[in-house]
Structure formats: C-alpha cells, structure tokens
Design a protein around this ligand. Structure first.
Ligand code: FDA
Length: 398
C-alpha cells in the first residue's frame, strides 16, 4: 500500500451501530476526521428492531449492578462519565418524544427511527463520514496507526481504530465475530461468548405439558445462581420467554435448573392453611384461579393433579403444593441461541482495556466499544446506555 493511493483519516470506526455512531459524532465534534465503515447495507439495524420497534434507549435507574462482566467494576467509569440523563438531554435537543413504559425504561413514543435519525444527524453535524456495504479484509498495525484494506480493494489508514462491531446475536442483521477475531489478531484475550436475554427451549415432555399455556403470561419471581427477577413470564409454543426468562437467561448455564415462584405476592403455605380452616371445601384450583390467569391456573392444577377439597390435604400435602407453586423447578433444554438473543455475553476481556478511554492498555490507539466488550446489561435499556457511554468516552480520546 502506498500513501498516494491510501485515504487517510484520524479515526476509523468499524461498525455503524449504536456504539459506533455515538463514537463517530463525539470524535467528529473534536475536529477529528472520522470514517465509519460497515458491511451492512444500512446503519443501526439493531436500533430499528429494538424495543419492539420503539427502542428502549436508556434506563434512568441504570447502575453498574445492571451489568454482567468478568470484571464487574470496569463499566463504572464510562457509565459515570456519560449518564442516562446525558443521553436524555440529547434526545430532548432533537425533540424526540418518549415515554417511560416501566420504571426508568424510556422508549420512543413513535418509532426507533427517531433514535437512529438523531445519531445520523449528530454524525452529519460532526462531519463524520459513514460508508456502508464495506467489509474489511485486512488490518495491519503501523508505527503511527493502522492500515486497512477494504473488501473492494480500497486502502485506508488512520491514527486511531475503534472496533464497534457488536456481538453475535441475530446474524441475519449483520452480526459477525469480526471484533473478536481482530482482538485475537492483536493478542488480546476474548472471553467465551454465549447468548443472553434469550428465550428458553424445553424438553419435549415439559413442552407438551405446557403447550395448553402457550400465549399466557403471568408475573413470577425466577431465580438461578443467587440472581432473581420479578417480572412477567410468557409461555410460548417453543418454551419460556417474557422479561423474567430473558433476564435470568443471562445467568443460566446448560444443565442448570430455574426456580420459579408463580405467586411471588402471596404467602402460599399460610394462605392455604388459612383457607383450609376458613373454607375447608375450597380447592387448590380455586386458590390458583384467584391469583393466576384462569388458563394458567387450570392447566397448572391439571399438571399437578391437585384434586379434592383442601380439608383432605394434610400439612405435608400443603407443604408440597406450596413448594411446587413457590419453587417450581424447571430444567430448560437450552436457549434459542444467537438466532433470537438480544445480546452476547462475554467478549473482549476488559482487563486489557482502559476503563476511562476504552483503549487497549498497551496499544493506546486501538479501542473496543459496545457489545463486543465483555460488558452485558440487563433487559430494560441498559445495553444501549452501555453503547452510548462506551462510545462517548472512546470518541473523546480516539
Ligand atoms: P450493534 O450490533 O448495534 O452494531 C454493530 C455494527 O457492526 C452493525 O451495524 C454491523 O453490521 C456491523 N458489523 C458487524 N460485523 C461487521 C464486519 N465484519 N464488518 C463491518 N461491519 C460489521 N438494548 C437496549 O438497551 N434496549 C432495547 O430495547 C433493546 N432491544 C433489542 C432488541 C433486539 C431484537 C436485539 C437483537 C437487541 C436489543 N437490544 C436492546 C440490544 C442492543 O441492540 C445492543 O446491545 C446494541 O445494539 C449494541 O450496540 P453495538 O453498537 O455494540 O453493536
């Protein structure tokens, strides 16, 4: 490659997703000559499909406790430097209308397009160039930066290189392992990856037993490995989904069981004992129907074959019913995997990065941001907040 035929930039960012676009605008406003490259035909595809098309763009209650990482303190610095309030100010400046659907969870009122347009406008105002349909076939380190060869044969060079290629979830949206491969090329450790925020699949027998419940949702408290989430669970024709199951999936490993409390708001054992005293002819089914969606109550009662009035139940029988309802133990067959996962757990080991700039510690002009890094948020807007925060801090230094 000769410099005569090589286009030069201060900063090249690979990946025109949430983190890459935020980084591009931030670096552009600093007067840096910025180019964003992406192999997809359109930028920000995941933004468009996020939050059911309305993009849950941040969470006002986001704290480091909402993130999983092998190095849990790493995310603190970036999240402090760029907060949900900072992103909200940007949203307000662009006049994007939003609503708080659940405590702290902010969604676009109209469409996720508003967030993508905001980012593209910021990039334009900051003078950053975005080039789509561009794969990268080779990257080489030079004394003062990097040389890139694009798949179409174009030669580019930059002082700072930012990797924002995301994780492996939803390959049909352009996800690749590019960032992990590049990290390995530069001798960085990549922690094992797995699908997170993903529905569970069930073994055939349980799937069959739960099939009458398909489409039914109820609030539960699910736990695994000392983590628990109190949110709705949805039974689907493939297995278990809904916020509770997506959240706990990030903590689940193959072979683990889940403990599901179907009546988290009740004192089940005390309720049943009291009911046996006050209304001895009432049934477990009637108790369930008071607290669960009717179809769920009926099917769960049938599944457990709870019959007859409570007066026929010994204390030990009531203990058993209470345990089945309060700690229903399920061993999922697996998850739906990257095909439907919202995020990828694991990734570039953060111990090799500066938490203040996202640069590689012994290679200060190479940056990793967003989902490619081993920082994964809970459901509810935390993953975009990480993309914005890591993108901004890298953009302030690249
Ligand atoms: P992102 O995946 O957004 O971008 C990576 C970019 O790199 C893509 O444009 C891709 O084409 C490009 N790329 C990949 N490989 C490349 C290569 N080899 N060469 C060139 N370019 C390459 N989060 C949240 O907070 N709120 C929400 O509502 C949702 N909802 C949601 C729904 C669904 C269905 C999914 C799948 C995910 C969510 N998320 C979410 C998660 C959120 O979308 C995710 O965490 C961020 O998009 C991550 O941003 P990044 O910029 O790191 O990667």
């Amino acid at each position: 490659m000769t410099s005569a035929s090589t286009s030069q930039y201060d900063v090249i960012i690979i990946g025109a997703g949430a983190a890459g676009l935020m980084c591009a605008a931030t670096a552009g406003y600093r007067g840096r000559k910025v180019l964003v490259l992406d192999h997809a035909n359109k930028p920000g595809k995941k933004i468009l499909m996020s939050g059911g098309g309305r993009c849950n763009f941040t969470n006002l209650n986001s704290t480091p406790a909402n993130f999983l990482s092998d190095n849990p303190r790493f995310c603190i610095s970036a999240l402090k430097r760029y907060t949900p309030q900072d992103f909200l100010e940007l949203v307000d400046r662009h006049g994007v209308e939003y609503e708080e659907k659940a405590p702290g969870q902010l969604f676009c009122k109209d469409s996720a397009k508003d967030i993508l347009n905001l980012l593209l406008t910021e990039c334009e105002w900051a003078g950053a160039t975005i080039r789509m349909n561009t794969g990268i076939s080779q990257i080489e380190a030079q004394d003062t930066g990097y040389r890139l060869l694009t798949s179409s044969g174009g030669k580019l060079s930059c002082q700072s290189l930012v990797i924002a290629t995301g994780g492996l979830s939803i390959p049909t949206m352009g996800a690749t392992g590019f960032g992990y491969d590049l990290a390995r090329q530069f001798d960085l450790t990549v922690l094992p990856t797995r699908a997170g925020l993903v529905p569970f699949t069930l073994h055939p027998e349980l799937k069959e037993q739960l099939s009458p419940l398909s489409g039914v949702s109820c609030p539960v408290d699910v736990s695994c490995h000392n983590q628990h989430f109190r949110e709705p669970m949805l039974v689907t024709h493939r297995g278990l989904s809904g916020p509770a199951m997506l959240q706990i999936s990030s903590y689940w490993h193959p072979g683990d069981s889940l403990a599901i409390n179907l009546l988290p708001a009740c004192h089940i054992r005390d309720d049943l004992l009291a009911l046996r005293n006050s209304k001895p002819r009432s049934t477990v089914g009637q108790y369930l129907a008071q607290h669960l969606p009717k179809r769920f109550a009926q099917a769960f009662n049938d599944l457990n074959q709870w019959q007859g009035p409570l007066q026929g139940y010994r204390n030990s029988d009531i203990d058993e019913v209470a345990s089945q309802l309060g700690q229903w133990s399920i061993k999922p067959a697996g998850t739906e995997g990257y095909r439907t996962a919202e995020v990828t757990l694991g990734g570039v080991d953060t111990r090799q990065l500066s938490s203040k700039t996202m640069a590689v510690l012994d290679r200060p002009n190479l940056y990793f941001i967003g989902e490619v890094v081993d920082v994964t948020g809970h459901l509810g807007g935390h993953n975009f907040q990480w993309a914005w925060a890591s993108g901004v801090v890298a953009g302030q230094h690249a």
